[in-house]
Design a protein around this ligand. Structure first.
Ligand code: NAD
Ligand code: TYD
Length: 362
Protein backbone atom coordinates (compact mmCIF):
# COMPACT_ATOMS: atom_id res chain seq x y z
CA UNK A 1 0.00 0.00 0.00
CA UNK A 2 1.33 3.47 -0.81
CA UNK A 3 1.44 5.74 2.21
CA UNK A 4 -1.19 8.49 1.87
CA UNK A 5 -3.04 10.82 4.21
CA UNK A 6 -6.64 10.01 4.88
CA UNK A 7 -8.76 10.33 8.00
CA UNK A 8 -10.83 7.23 8.66
CA UNK A 9 -11.71 5.00 11.56
CA UNK A 10 -11.63 1.25 11.03
CA UNK A 11 -13.21 -1.20 13.42
CA UNK A 12 -11.40 -4.45 12.75
CA UNK A 13 -12.35 -7.70 14.47
CA UNK A 14 -9.93 -10.62 14.80
CA UNK A 15 -6.99 -8.26 14.31
CA UNK A 16 -4.71 -10.33 16.57
CA UNK A 17 -5.00 -13.32 14.23
CA UNK A 18 -3.10 -14.11 11.06
CA UNK A 19 -4.79 -12.05 8.34
CA UNK A 20 -6.22 -9.44 10.71
CA UNK A 21 -2.82 -8.53 12.13
CA UNK A 22 -1.34 -8.27 8.63
CA UNK A 23 -4.24 -5.98 7.75
CA UNK A 24 -3.61 -3.77 10.79
CA UNK A 25 0.07 -3.41 9.88
CA UNK A 26 -0.80 -2.72 6.24
CA UNK A 27 -3.31 0.02 7.07
CA UNK A 28 -1.02 1.74 9.58
CA UNK A 29 1.74 1.71 6.97
CA UNK A 30 -0.53 2.94 4.19
CA UNK A 31 -2.28 5.86 5.93
CA UNK A 32 -0.81 8.41 8.29
CA UNK A 33 -4.04 9.85 9.67
CA UNK A 34 -6.10 6.82 10.55
CA UNK A 35 -7.53 5.11 13.62
CA UNK A 36 -7.91 1.36 14.00
CA UNK A 37 -10.03 -0.12 16.75
CA UNK A 38 -8.90 -3.72 16.94
CA UNK A 39 -11.43 -6.00 18.64
CA UNK A 40 -10.22 -9.48 19.49
CA UNK A 41 -11.19 -12.12 22.05
CA UNK A 42 -7.64 -13.55 22.01
CA UNK A 43 -8.60 -17.18 21.51
CA UNK A 44 -5.79 -19.72 21.04
CA UNK A 45 -5.33 -18.24 17.52
CA UNK A 46 -5.11 -14.62 18.66
CA UNK A 47 -1.66 -13.41 19.61
CA UNK A 48 -0.71 -9.96 20.82
CA UNK A 49 2.86 -10.63 19.69
CA UNK A 50 1.52 -10.23 16.13
CA UNK A 51 0.86 -6.60 17.06
CA UNK A 52 3.94 -5.96 19.17
CA UNK A 53 5.29 -3.14 16.99
CA UNK A 54 1.96 -1.23 16.95
CA UNK A 55 0.68 -1.69 20.51
CA UNK A 56 2.09 1.72 21.46
CA UNK A 57 0.99 3.40 18.24
CA UNK A 58 -1.70 5.97 19.21
CA UNK A 59 -3.51 5.22 15.94
CA UNK A 60 -4.13 1.64 17.08
CA UNK A 61 -6.55 0.88 19.93
CA UNK A 62 -6.75 -2.71 21.09
CA UNK A 63 -10.05 -3.83 22.67
CA UNK A 64 -10.09 -7.24 24.29
CA UNK A 65 -13.68 -8.26 23.56
CA UNK A 66 -15.75 -11.02 22.04
CA UNK A 67 -17.90 -10.19 19.00
CA UNK A 68 -20.70 -12.26 20.58
CA UNK A 69 -20.84 -9.74 23.44
CA UNK A 70 -23.48 -7.39 22.10
CA UNK A 71 -23.10 -4.81 24.88
CA UNK A 72 -19.39 -4.58 24.28
CA UNK A 73 -19.97 -4.18 20.52
CA UNK A 74 -22.58 -1.43 21.11
CA UNK A 75 -20.18 0.41 23.39
CA UNK A 76 -17.36 0.25 20.83
CA UNK A 77 -19.57 1.54 18.02
CA UNK A 78 -20.93 4.34 20.19
CA UNK A 79 -17.47 5.40 21.29
CA UNK A 80 -15.55 5.16 18.03
CA UNK A 81 -18.19 5.63 15.28
CA UNK A 82 -16.23 3.68 12.69
CA UNK A 83 -16.33 4.50 8.99
CA UNK A 84 -15.32 0.97 8.05
CA UNK A 85 -16.01 -2.34 9.76
CA UNK A 86 -14.02 -5.43 8.75
CA UNK A 87 -15.02 -8.73 10.30
CA UNK A 88 -12.07 -11.12 10.37
CA UNK A 89 -12.98 -12.67 13.75
CA UNK A 90 -13.73 -16.34 13.32
CA UNK A 91 -12.85 -19.85 14.23
CA UNK A 92 -10.86 -20.64 11.12
CA UNK A 93 -9.44 -24.17 11.16
CA UNK A 94 -11.34 -26.89 9.26
CA UNK A 95 -9.86 -29.74 11.34
CA UNK A 96 -10.98 -28.14 14.59
CA UNK A 97 -14.46 -27.63 13.11
CA UNK A 98 -14.67 -31.37 12.48
CA UNK A 99 -13.82 -32.02 16.13
CA UNK A 100 -16.01 -29.31 17.65
CA UNK A 101 -18.55 -27.71 15.29
CA UNK A 102 -20.54 -25.76 17.86
CA UNK A 103 -17.87 -23.18 18.66
CA UNK A 104 -17.83 -22.44 14.92
CA UNK A 105 -21.53 -21.67 14.78
CA UNK A 106 -21.24 -19.63 17.96
CA UNK A 107 -18.49 -17.32 16.73
CA UNK A 108 -18.87 -17.43 12.97
CA UNK A 109 -22.67 -17.23 12.86
CA UNK A 110 -23.95 -15.81 16.18
CA UNK A 111 -20.89 -13.59 16.56
CA UNK A 112 -21.35 -12.17 13.07
CA UNK A 113 -25.02 -11.41 13.78
CA UNK A 114 -24.12 -9.70 17.04
CA UNK A 115 -21.58 -7.50 15.24
CA UNK A 116 -23.89 -6.87 12.27
CA UNK A 117 -26.74 -5.82 14.49
CA UNK A 118 -24.61 -3.52 16.59
CA UNK A 119 -23.40 -1.97 13.32
CA UNK A 120 -26.97 -1.63 12.04
CA UNK A 121 -28.25 0.13 15.16
CA UNK A 122 -25.46 2.66 15.16
CA UNK A 123 -25.69 3.12 11.39
CA UNK A 124 -29.43 3.80 11.63
CA UNK A 125 -29.44 5.82 14.85
CA UNK A 126 -26.16 7.65 14.44
CA UNK A 127 -26.69 11.42 14.52
CA UNK A 128 -25.39 12.23 11.09
CA UNK A 129 -22.62 9.69 11.39
CA UNK A 130 -22.51 7.18 8.56
CA UNK A 131 -20.75 3.88 8.47
CA UNK A 132 -19.52 3.58 4.89
CA UNK A 133 -19.03 -0.16 4.77
CA UNK A 134 -19.39 -3.42 6.68
CA UNK A 135 -17.08 -5.96 5.07
CA UNK A 136 -17.38 -9.64 5.84
CA UNK A 137 -14.15 -11.55 5.25
CA UNK A 138 -15.29 -14.85 3.83
CA UNK A 139 -13.66 -17.75 2.07
CA UNK A 140 -13.70 -19.65 -1.23
CA UNK A 141 -14.55 -22.73 0.86
CA UNK A 142 -18.23 -21.67 0.92
CA UNK A 143 -18.46 -22.74 -2.74
CA UNK A 144 -17.57 -26.34 -1.96
CA UNK A 145 -15.18 -28.42 -4.01
CA UNK A 146 -14.11 -28.63 -7.66
CA UNK A 147 -13.04 -31.81 -9.46
CA UNK A 148 -9.34 -32.34 -10.13
CA UNK A 149 -10.12 -33.60 -13.62
CA UNK A 150 -11.36 -30.26 -15.01
CA UNK A 151 -8.71 -27.65 -14.27
CA UNK A 152 -10.65 -24.99 -16.20
CA UNK A 153 -13.56 -25.08 -13.72
CA UNK A 154 -13.39 -22.12 -11.29
CA UNK A 155 -15.58 -20.56 -8.59
CA UNK A 156 -17.09 -17.23 -9.59
CA UNK A 157 -19.33 -15.00 -7.48
CA UNK A 158 -22.46 -16.65 -8.91
CA UNK A 159 -21.36 -20.20 -8.08
CA UNK A 160 -23.99 -21.62 -5.69
CA UNK A 161 -22.92 -21.98 -2.06
CA UNK A 162 -22.23 -25.64 -1.32
CA UNK A 163 -20.07 -25.86 1.81
CA UNK A 164 -18.96 -29.25 3.15
CA UNK A 165 -17.16 -28.73 6.46
CA UNK A 166 -18.68 -27.28 9.63
CA UNK A 167 -16.21 -24.38 9.18
CA UNK A 168 -17.28 -23.55 5.62
CA UNK A 169 -20.96 -24.10 6.45
CA UNK A 170 -20.70 -21.58 9.30
CA UNK A 171 -18.97 -19.08 6.99
CA UNK A 172 -21.68 -19.58 4.33
CA UNK A 173 -24.38 -19.00 6.94
CA UNK A 174 -22.65 -15.77 7.98
CA UNK A 175 -22.44 -14.65 4.33
CA UNK A 176 -26.20 -15.12 3.92
CA UNK A 177 -26.87 -13.09 7.06
CA UNK A 178 -24.62 -10.28 5.86
CA UNK A 179 -26.47 -10.27 2.54
CA UNK A 180 -29.78 -10.25 4.41
CA UNK A 181 -28.72 -7.13 6.32
CA UNK A 182 -27.89 -5.47 3.02
CA UNK A 183 -31.17 -6.50 1.39
CA UNK A 184 -33.44 -5.87 4.38
CA UNK A 185 -32.02 -2.71 5.93
CA UNK A 186 -30.08 -1.31 3.01
CA UNK A 187 -26.89 -1.54 5.01
CA UNK A 188 -23.74 -0.94 2.93
CA UNK A 189 -22.30 -4.44 3.10
CA UNK A 190 -19.74 -6.29 0.98
CA UNK A 191 -18.40 -9.82 1.15
CA UNK A 192 -14.96 -10.95 0.02
CA UNK A 193 -14.24 -14.63 -0.64
CA UNK A 194 -10.55 -15.38 -0.73
CA UNK A 195 -8.48 -18.45 -1.38
CA UNK A 196 -5.82 -19.88 0.99
CA UNK A 197 -3.47 -17.25 2.42
CA UNK A 198 0.15 -17.72 3.43
CA UNK A 199 2.63 -15.32 5.03
CA UNK A 200 3.87 -14.04 8.42
CA UNK A 201 1.95 -14.58 11.68
CA UNK A 202 -0.06 -17.65 10.60
CA UNK A 203 -0.82 -19.96 13.49
CA UNK A 204 1.26 -23.17 13.08
CA UNK A 205 -1.75 -25.51 12.88
CA UNK A 206 -2.22 -24.50 9.21
CA UNK A 207 -0.31 -26.32 6.48
CA UNK A 208 2.46 -23.84 5.57
CA UNK A 209 3.70 -22.89 9.07
CA UNK A 210 3.06 -26.43 10.33
CA UNK A 211 5.42 -27.84 7.72
CA UNK A 212 8.06 -25.18 8.44
CA UNK A 213 7.86 -25.68 12.20
CA UNK A 214 7.88 -29.48 11.99
CA UNK A 215 10.77 -29.56 9.52
CA UNK A 216 12.87 -27.25 11.70
CA UNK A 217 12.26 -29.67 14.57
CA UNK A 218 12.87 -32.74 12.39
CA UNK A 219 9.33 -33.90 12.94
CA UNK A 220 7.34 -35.80 10.34
CA UNK A 221 5.40 -33.71 7.84
CA UNK A 222 1.84 -35.03 7.77
CA UNK A 223 0.20 -34.96 4.33
CA UNK A 224 -3.45 -35.92 4.20
CA UNK A 225 -4.67 -38.65 1.85
CA UNK A 226 -2.82 -38.81 -1.46
CA UNK A 227 -1.49 -35.24 -1.17
CA UNK A 228 -3.13 -34.27 -4.44
CA UNK A 229 -5.77 -31.91 -3.03
CA UNK A 230 -5.34 -28.51 -4.61
CA UNK A 231 -5.51 -25.06 -3.04
CA UNK A 232 -5.04 -21.63 -4.63
CA UNK A 233 -2.37 -19.81 -2.57
CA UNK A 234 -2.27 -16.03 -2.15
CA UNK A 235 0.31 -13.98 -0.23
CA UNK A 236 -1.48 -12.38 2.73
CA UNK A 237 -0.50 -8.78 1.90
CA UNK A 238 -2.26 -9.07 -1.45
CA UNK A 239 -5.42 -10.20 0.34
CA UNK A 240 -5.23 -7.27 2.76
CA UNK A 241 -4.80 -4.79 -0.07
CA UNK A 242 -7.86 -6.24 -1.82
CA UNK A 243 -9.94 -5.90 1.35
CA UNK A 244 -9.08 -2.23 1.73
CA UNK A 245 -9.93 -1.61 -1.91
CA UNK A 246 -13.33 -3.27 -1.56
CA UNK A 247 -13.97 -1.30 1.64
CA UNK A 248 -13.33 1.98 -0.07
CA UNK A 249 -14.40 1.38 -3.67
CA UNK A 250 -16.50 -1.78 -3.78
CA UNK A 251 -20.18 -1.63 -4.67
CA UNK A 252 -22.64 -2.17 -1.81
CA UNK A 253 -24.28 -5.57 -1.68
CA UNK A 254 -21.61 -7.16 -3.87
CA UNK A 255 -19.46 -10.21 -3.41
CA UNK A 256 -15.83 -10.11 -4.62
CA UNK A 257 -13.73 -13.22 -5.11
CA UNK A 258 -10.01 -12.85 -4.37
CA UNK A 259 -7.47 -15.40 -5.54
CA UNK A 260 -3.82 -15.95 -6.28
CA UNK A 261 -4.21 -17.68 -9.65
CA UNK A 262 -1.71 -20.06 -8.14
CA UNK A 263 -3.04 -23.57 -7.69
CA UNK A 264 -0.77 -26.17 -6.14
CA UNK A 265 -1.24 -29.74 -4.99
CA UNK A 266 -0.48 -30.02 -1.27
CA UNK A 267 2.40 -32.41 -1.84
CA UNK A 268 3.98 -30.00 -4.33
CA UNK A 269 3.74 -27.16 -1.80
CA UNK A 270 5.24 -29.29 0.98
CA UNK A 271 8.14 -30.33 -1.26
CA UNK A 272 8.79 -26.70 -2.21
CA UNK A 273 9.11 -25.75 1.48
CA UNK A 274 11.31 -28.75 2.26
CA UNK A 275 13.59 -27.99 -0.66
CA UNK A 276 14.06 -24.36 0.42
CA UNK A 277 14.74 -25.32 4.03
CA UNK A 278 17.21 -28.04 3.10
CA UNK A 279 19.15 -25.59 0.92
CA UNK A 280 19.15 -22.75 3.42
CA UNK A 281 19.24 -24.38 6.82
CA UNK A 282 19.91 -28.00 7.46
CA UNK A 283 20.71 -30.87 5.14
CA UNK A 284 18.87 -33.26 7.45
CA UNK A 285 15.62 -31.69 6.34
CA UNK A 286 14.56 -33.84 3.40
CA UNK A 287 11.45 -35.24 1.74
CA UNK A 288 11.98 -38.35 3.87
CA UNK A 289 10.22 -36.43 6.62
CA UNK A 290 6.99 -36.48 4.57
CA UNK A 291 4.44 -38.94 5.86
CA UNK A 292 1.09 -39.63 4.24
CA UNK A 293 -1.57 -39.80 6.95
CA UNK A 294 -5.29 -40.54 7.09
CA UNK A 295 -7.26 -38.12 4.97
CA UNK A 296 -9.34 -35.33 6.47
CA UNK A 297 -13.03 -36.28 6.65
CA UNK A 298 -14.96 -34.67 3.78
CA UNK A 299 -11.70 -33.22 2.43
CA UNK A 300 -12.49 -30.77 -0.41
CA UNK A 301 -10.54 -31.86 -3.46
CA UNK A 302 -9.80 -28.61 -5.20
CA UNK A 303 -10.43 -24.87 -4.81
CA UNK A 304 -9.97 -22.63 -7.83
CA UNK A 305 -10.92 -18.95 -7.93
CA UNK A 306 -12.05 -16.74 -10.78
CA UNK A 307 -11.00 -13.29 -9.54
CA UNK A 308 -11.80 -11.41 -12.75
CA UNK A 309 -14.57 -9.30 -11.17
CA UNK A 310 -12.30 -7.53 -8.67
CA UNK A 311 -9.71 -7.08 -11.41
CA UNK A 312 -12.19 -5.53 -13.84
CA UNK A 313 -14.10 -3.38 -11.32
CA UNK A 314 -11.34 -2.33 -8.94
CA UNK A 315 -8.12 -3.05 -10.81
CA UNK A 316 -6.84 -5.49 -8.16
CA UNK A 317 -4.35 -8.18 -9.04
CA UNK A 318 -1.86 -10.08 -6.87
CA UNK A 319 1.53 -8.37 -6.73
CA UNK A 320 3.54 -11.04 -4.98
CA UNK A 321 4.16 -14.13 -7.08
CA UNK A 322 4.35 -17.54 -5.42
CA UNK A 323 8.12 -18.00 -5.78
CA UNK A 324 8.76 -14.69 -4.07
CA UNK A 325 5.95 -15.05 -1.51
CA UNK A 326 6.95 -18.48 -0.29
CA UNK A 327 10.58 -17.39 0.14
CA UNK A 328 9.49 -14.29 2.07
CA UNK A 329 7.27 -16.47 4.22
CA UNK A 330 9.84 -19.14 5.05
CA UNK A 331 12.45 -16.45 5.69
CA UNK A 332 10.05 -14.70 8.08
CA UNK A 333 9.53 -17.87 10.15
CA UNK A 334 13.28 -18.53 10.20
CA UNK A 335 13.80 -15.01 11.51
CA UNK A 336 11.02 -15.37 14.11
CA UNK A 337 11.72 -18.66 15.81
CA UNK A 338 10.80 -17.16 19.17
CA UNK A 339 7.41 -16.18 17.77
CA UNK A 340 6.86 -19.81 16.69
CA UNK A 341 8.02 -21.13 20.06
CA UNK A 342 5.55 -18.88 21.88
CA UNK A 343 2.72 -19.67 19.45
CA UNK A 344 3.06 -23.42 19.97
CA UNK A 345 3.66 -23.23 23.70
CA UNK A 346 0.02 -23.05 24.85
CA UNK A 347 -2.61 -25.63 24.08
CA UNK A 348 -1.04 -26.38 20.68
CA UNK A 349 1.05 -29.33 21.88
CA UNK A 350 -1.95 -31.18 23.30
CA UNK A 351 -3.98 -30.37 20.16
CA UNK A 352 -1.13 -31.68 17.99
CA UNK A 353 -0.64 -34.83 19.99
CA UNK A 354 -4.33 -35.65 20.00
CA UNK A 355 -4.67 -35.06 16.27
CA UNK A 356 -1.45 -36.53 14.86
CA UNK A 357 -0.03 -38.54 17.77
CA UNK A 358 -1.18 -41.96 16.60
CA UNK A 359 0.14 -41.52 13.10
CA UNK A 360 3.33 -39.52 13.10
CA UNK A 361 6.32 -39.23 15.31
CA UNK A 362 5.43 -36.33 17.62
P1 NAD B 1 -7.08 -16.79 12.66
O1 NAD B 1 -7.66 -18.03 13.26
O2 NAD B 1 -5.61 -16.69 12.52
O3 NAD B 1 -7.55 -15.50 13.50
C1 NAD B 1 -8.84 -15.36 13.98
C2 NAD B 1 -8.82 -14.24 15.03
O4 NAD B 1 -10.18 -14.04 15.47
C3 NAD B 1 -7.98 -14.55 16.26
O5 NAD B 1 -7.20 -13.42 16.60
C4 NAD B 1 -9.02 -14.83 17.35
O6 NAD B 1 -8.58 -14.48 18.66
C5 NAD B 1 -10.17 -13.94 16.90
N1 NAD B 1 -11.47 -14.42 17.38
C6 NAD B 1 -11.95 -15.68 17.34
N2 NAD B 1 -13.18 -15.72 17.89
C7 NAD B 1 -13.48 -14.45 18.28
C8 NAD B 1 -14.60 -13.84 18.89
N3 NAD B 1 -15.68 -14.57 19.24
N4 NAD B 1 -14.58 -12.51 19.12
C9 NAD B 1 -13.49 -11.76 18.79
N5 NAD B 1 -12.40 -12.29 18.22
C10 NAD B 1 -12.39 -13.61 17.97
O7 NAD B 1 -7.82 -16.64 11.27
P2 NAD B 1 -7.27 -16.04 9.88
O8 NAD B 1 -6.63 -17.13 9.13
O9 NAD B 1 -6.57 -14.78 10.15
O10 NAD B 1 -8.66 -15.72 9.16
C11 NAD B 1 -9.31 -14.48 9.35
C12 NAD B 1 -10.60 -14.47 8.55
O11 NAD B 1 -10.31 -14.70 7.17
C13 NAD B 1 -11.57 -15.57 8.96
O12 NAD B 1 -12.86 -15.02 8.96
C14 NAD B 1 -11.42 -16.63 7.88
O13 NAD B 1 -12.62 -17.32 7.70
C15 NAD B 1 -11.08 -15.79 6.68
N6 NAD B 1 -10.25 -16.43 5.64
C16 NAD B 1 -9.06 -17.04 5.98
C17 NAD B 1 -8.27 -17.59 4.97
C18 NAD B 1 -6.94 -18.22 5.28
O14 NAD B 1 -6.30 -18.79 4.38
N7 NAD B 1 -6.44 -18.17 6.51
C19 NAD B 1 -8.69 -17.52 3.64
C20 NAD B 1 -9.90 -16.89 3.33
C21 NAD B 1 -10.66 -16.33 4.35
P1 TYD C 1 -5.17 -25.82 5.85
O1 TYD C 1 -3.92 -25.01 5.96
O2 TYD C 1 -5.77 -26.42 7.08
O3 TYD C 1 -6.23 -24.90 5.07
P2 TYD C 1 -7.70 -25.31 4.45
O4 TYD C 1 -8.10 -26.62 4.97
O5 TYD C 1 -8.56 -24.20 4.95
O6 TYD C 1 -7.50 -25.30 2.96
O7 TYD C 1 -4.90 -27.01 4.83
C1 TYD C 1 -4.46 -26.77 3.51
C2 TYD C 1 -4.43 -28.11 2.79
O8 TYD C 1 -3.42 -28.92 3.38
C3 TYD C 1 -5.73 -28.89 2.91
O9 TYD C 1 -5.97 -29.57 1.69
C4 TYD C 1 -5.46 -29.89 4.01
C5 TYD C 1 -3.97 -30.15 3.87
N1 TYD C 1 -3.25 -30.47 5.13
C6 TYD C 1 -2.40 -31.59 5.18
O10 TYD C 1 -2.23 -32.32 4.18
N2 TYD C 1 -1.74 -31.85 6.35
C7 TYD C 1 -1.91 -31.09 7.47
O11 TYD C 1 -1.30 -31.41 8.53
C8 TYD C 1 -2.76 -29.93 7.40
C9 TYD C 1 -2.98 -29.05 8.60
C10 TYD C 1 -3.40 -29.67 6.21
Amino acid sequence: MNRIDMTSTYLVTGGAGFIGSNFVHGILNAYTDVKIVNVDALTYAGNLENLESVLDDPRHIFAHADIRDRHAMDALFALHKPDYVVNFAAESHVDRSIENPSVFTETNVSGTVSLLDAARCHWQDGDGWGMHRFLQVSTDEVYGSLPLEDSSALFNEKTPLNPHSPYSASKAAADLLVQAYGDTYGMPVCITRCSNNYGPYQFPEKLVPLVINNALNHRKLPVYGDGLNVRDWLYVEDHCRAIDLVLREGRSGEVYNIGGNNERANIELVKTIVEYLSRHTDAAISTELIEYVTDRQGHDRRYGIDASKIKQELGWEPRVGFDEGIKLTIRWYLDHVTWITHAVSGEYESYYEKKYGNEVNV
